[in-house]
Design a protein around this ligand. Sequence first.
Ligand SMILES: NC(=O)c1ccc[n+]([C@@H]2O[C@H](COP(=O)([O-])OP(=O)(O)OC[C@H]3O[C@@H](n4cnc5c(N)ncnc54)[C@H](OP(=O)(O)O)[C@@H]3O)[C@@H](O)[C@H]2O)c1
Length: 332
Amino acid sequence: MKATLCTHYGPPEEMVVQDVPSPSPRKDQVVISVKACGVNFPDVLMIQDKYQFKPALPFSPGGEIAGIVKEAGEGVTAFKPGDKVIVSIGSGGFAEEAVADAARCVPMPANLDFAVASSFFVTYGTSFHALKDRAHIKPGESLVVLGAAGGVGLSAVELGHTMGARVIAAASSKEKVDLAKKHGADDGFVYPTGALSRDQQKALSEDIKRLTGGNGADVLYDPVGGDYAEPALRAMNWEGRYLVIGFAAGDIPRVPLNLTLLKGCDIVGVFWGASMMRDPKTGIANLTQITNWIAEGKLKPHVSERIPLARAGEAIRLLMDRKAQGKVVVVM
Ligand SMILES: NC(=O)c1ccc[n+]([C@@H]2O[C@H](COP(=O)([O-])OP(=O)(O)OC[C@H]3O[C@@H](n4cnc5c(N)ncnc54)[C@H](OP(=O)(O)O)[C@@H]3O)[C@@H](O)[C@H]2O)c1
């Protein structure tokens, strides 16, 4: 079978397509004929040796797949060859076949195509865990989403809207803010790119306050970090929850802790992958709920690009260059 491999750390253009042996299932595992694989920012980080999980070289990136069960290992009763499934596997998805724990697989709804099915576990899983389990968001609260047209950002917009929040989308272009509005954001604003000056940081805080009726954000969803974090924290409401999702801007911000005291607000860490391992029951229940909402049409994951396996590096490049909107998917 063919796989796109990272053989050494570096840019996505240096990944290679190779023939590799088909995997075999161990006990409680299935082998899946991969049809599509969603691309996420951790893929960008993993191929550069900047991610917390470090698969041994050579490895195939790609953490979430949709496909057809090819072979079920000993002890697997929930799935049989021919079943369509979705599963998050961490890495190994840029390949024609991948192995997964059967307990982590969810049946794929009949009305989804493979690309859409492979596009939402990581993003919507992260955002649902963040908003429901970590922020305990309530209907009527304001939710400000930075990077609102990116993978996790757009999923937070849709889920926040579905959960009854008033959603404010913040992104680096009008086109991105407009996409977030199409997916349920009530309002939004454009922020600048590059290193932010003091005035630009102040303007970002003011935009959040202006669009939240002067109160500040009840919940702030931050997958961007960098220069955007401190001004966003300065615009929190009393008892607000600031969700630390990621650092797509590159720098891990260091913020003055007195801001949390002054606002009586919480800075809340979110690590979906670890939460799935520590509490798989809640994690799978969350993914099942999301899958049902998508099958019912209540949530509409946005797949902006479908890129063939042989050009999988281009998919990662789109995220690196801040050009991806919603999800980019590699198709087999
Ligand atoms: N905590 C968790 O459990 C968890 C789970 C999944 C992902 N994450 C993290 O969440 C972050 C976003 O992941 P994603 O898959 O949604 O990525 P994505 O689709 O590429 O979205 C990232 C967004 O960040 C913004 N951004 C700002 N500066 C950027 C830069 N220099 N390069 C690229 N993007 C930049 C972009 O929006 P604008 O152009 O509008 O600013 C972009 O849309 C990553 O840090 C990832 O590791 C965390």
